[in-house]
Ligand binder design. Sequence first.
Ligand SMILES: [Zn+2]
Length: 165
Amino acid sequence: MDCNKIQDLILTDYIDNQMDEKQKNMIETHLAQCIGCQEFTALVKKTVVEPFIQAERFVPSENVWIEIKDNIMQEQSVKPGLWDALTDGMSNLLRAWKPGLVFASMAMLILGAGLLRQYSIYDQELKSAKAVETMEYLSSVTQTQEGGAIDESEGFGTTIEKYFL
Ligand SMILES: [Zn+2]
């Protein structure tokens, strides 16, 4: 058996101990005489197996969970205070009184609000325009497919239609 095949088996079944004795013996005989595969096995054990063994042994202390819980609670209590933080920031800005800066931020706010409104109006117009387009497209498609406009009062004259319309 060549080294590639051996190393494939080592990487999968051998390190997982999912191997019958015969295969295991075969690999170990190969390993005994092949330095390349010995090094490969050592590397695999070091990089693939060892981190998991250490991970299993690591049990976080109860303090870790308490800290995590505290952090979550703090985060939740910060959210309602966001507005306070914002207004604090504004009043600090006013206290520092940099007229240029205050004016600039006010201008940005007004400009931003204006843009937002314009955008939403534009968006609505776009949507209705698209709806009209879609309707026109659909009616043109049905007309060409049926070879003319469908007379809605007449229907298709099928029996199934009586149940659904
Ligand atoms: Zn080998």
